[in-house]
Each structure stands twice: as structure tokens, then as C-alpha cells.
Design a protein around this ligand. Structure first.
Ligand SMILES: Nc1ncnc2c1ncn2[C@@H]1O[C@H](COP(=O)(O)OP(=O)(O)OP(=O)(O)O)[C@@H](O)[C@H]1O
Ligand SMILES: [Mg+2]
Length: 266
């Protein structure tokens, strides 16, 4: 039903819907007797296949924006369109389907299920909703894609932090989502593992054409993105290439040198 409505909207818009569109998103929360405004009218349009970094100081609203565009939280006002479909108007059941079919999430703390093996963790989203083929085969395939074909039966506590994040990336990609949304995916990793995860994301994005939207404090992640959206105090204050938004190449290079070489790519 959701797929049918997506096709309908794409036909109506000539099939050129953005992967993701945020229109005038606001978010306010009650604080005692008052309300505080966290987001003040966020606008952006992200095309298919773009690699976008969302940056800004702590408290500027990055995680709030990601939660809203992933359909985990509702805006106070404004609209979010995924593939041209307004998700802000959806029921919880419809949203769950959209999240499962279209969106992969990666978190700072990996959020793997500790009692399941790497392979079983990646299979979980494939047992929810309809997906082609066997979950076990697909899980093995994506784990191989992230370089963990030899760790299928390891539980999270038998994996390094970098390996756990690669399992989480495999899980996010398992359903072949249009968009992967990551909240500080390198925040819990050392420089070397951060660089590995960043290289993996860039490689996966080139190979799969998946749209990546990544909130980060890590200048090497922001410098590797093709587009950077900068938030300040719940507003978009910059949107352009890393150079245009003032990402320091020097800081990124310093960070990369501490781990392994991260080339800027073409
Ligand atoms: N449930 C909540 N209740 C009250 N205030 C909240 C709530 N969630 C977030 N905030 C406030 O909203 C603002 C934005 O928070 P958000 O987590 O989106 O920031 P962030 O940019 O992700 O920060 P960080 O870089 O530290 O992760 C902050 O000032 C935060 O204190
Ligand atoms: Mg955050």
C-alpha cells in the first residue's frame, strides 16, 4: 500500500522526487511552563546518491533533525518527504514500513543485540517486512561487503569497536535502503577505526549508490562528504561543499594521519 502511494507520488512529480526533503521543520518541547524551540525552520533537499555531512556544535539540533527525517520523531511543524512521500502525515504502521524499506540507521553506540551473532544481527531487519531472498544469504553477503565474512558467528562482545560498527553498517544496508542516516558513526571509535569506517562508507556509497546523511563532529568525515550542512542553534547556517562551509582540511588531515591515510577521492 505504501509502495503504491510512493509510485503514485513519483508519477505525479514526474519521477524526480528528491531522496529526502525537509520543508520548514520546526521542533519545540515543553520545558516547565514554557516551550523551548529546538529547530527553527529547517529546509534542505537531498538528491539520490548524495553523501551529506550534518555538522554543528553540541546542542545545535543534529540528532533532532536526524530523528525527524528518519521518522522516529515528529516535527512540531513542517514536512519531511522521503522519495517524494510525506512521512509526517503517516500512521505509526506506515512509518514502520517506510523505515524498514527505505531507511537504514547507524548509531554512535552501534546498538547491536548482544545475544545475537553478527549474522543474526544483520538478519533482524530482513525478518521485518517483505524482502527478497533468504535473510541468511543476504546477511552473509553484506557482511562480506563490509569485510566481516570471517566474523559471522561472533557476538558483539567478541568483536572490536570498529568491527561492531561495520556489523551495524551491514545491518543498515541489508534491506538495500534508499537512505542511510548515521548519528556520529565514528564517535566511539579511535582514529584508525574511524578512518576505516569512513573509507568503508565512501566505498559502499560509490558501489551501491545509497544516499548517506551523517551527523558528525569528526572533521575527516565532514571533509570526505560531497556536501556539508551546518547547523547552529536549530538553524541551517551553511550548505555547500566542505570548502564552502569552511571545513578545515588541515584538521581532517591531522586526524587522518593519526589513523590511516584518508584520500579525498575524486
Ligand atoms: N527530550 C528533550 N527535552 C528537552 N530538550 C531536549 C530534548 N532533546 C534534545 N533537547 C535539546 O535540543 C537541543 C538539540 O539537541 P540535539 O541532541 O539535537 O543536539 P546535537 O546537535 O545532536 O548535539 P550533540 O552534538 O551533542 O549530539 C539541545 O539544546 C538539547 O538540550
Ligand atoms: Mg547528537
Amino acid at each position: 500500500m505504501v509502495a503504491a502511494s510512493i509510485n503514485k507520488v513519483q508519477r505525479q512529480s514526474g519521477g524526480t522526487a528528491a531522496a529526502l526533503e525537509a520543508r520548514e521543520i520546526t521542533r519545540s518541547l515543553p520545558l516547565g511552563k514554557e516551550r523551548i524551540d529546538i529547530l527553527h525552520g529547517i529546509n534542505f533537499r537531498i538528491e539520490r546518491g548524495e553523501f551529506v555531512a550534518l555538522i554543528g556544535p553540541s546542542g545545535s539540533g543534529k540528532s533532532t533533525v536526524l530523528g525527524i527525517i528518519a521518522g522516529l520523531d515528529s516535527p512540531t511543524d513542517g514536512r519531511v518527504l522521503v522519495d517524494g512521500v510525506d512521512i509526517t502525515a503517516m500512521s505509526e504502521a506506515q512509518l514502520a514500513t517506510i523505515r524498514n524499506q527505505k531507511i537504514g540507521m547507524i548509531f554512535q553506540a552501534f546498538n547491536l543485540i548482544p545475544t545475537l551473532t553478527a549474522q543474526e544481527n544483520v538478519e533482524v531487519p530482513l525478518y521485518v517486512g517483505k524482502h527478497e531472498g533468504s535473510p541468511a544469504d543476504r546477511a552473509r553477503e553484506v557482511l562480506e561487503l563490509v569485510g566481516l565474512g570471517h566474523r559471522l558467528d561472533h557476538r558483539p562482545n567478541q568483536l572490536s569497536g570498529g568491527e561492531q560498527q561495520r556489523v551495524a553498517i551491514a545491518r543498515a544496508l541489508a534491506t538495500n535502503p534508499a537512505i542511510v542516516i548515521a548519528d556520529e558513526p565514528t564517535g566511539n571509535l579511535d582514529a584508525k577505526n574511524s578512518a576505516n569506517v569512513l573509507n568503508l562508507i565512501r566505498e559502499l556509497r560509490e558501489r551501491t549508490g545509497t544516499t548517506f546523511i551523517i551527523a558528525t563532529h569528526d572533521p575527516s568525515v565532514a571533509a570526505a562528504a560531497e556536501r556539508v550542512i551546518r547547523l547552529y542553534d536549530g538553524r541551517v547556517v551553511g550548505d555547500g561543499t566542505p570548502e564552502e562551509v569552511g571545513i578545515s582540511e588541515a584538521a581532517a588531515a591531522e586526524k587522518a594521519a593519526a589513523g590511516m591515510v584518508v584520500s579525498r577521492g575524486s
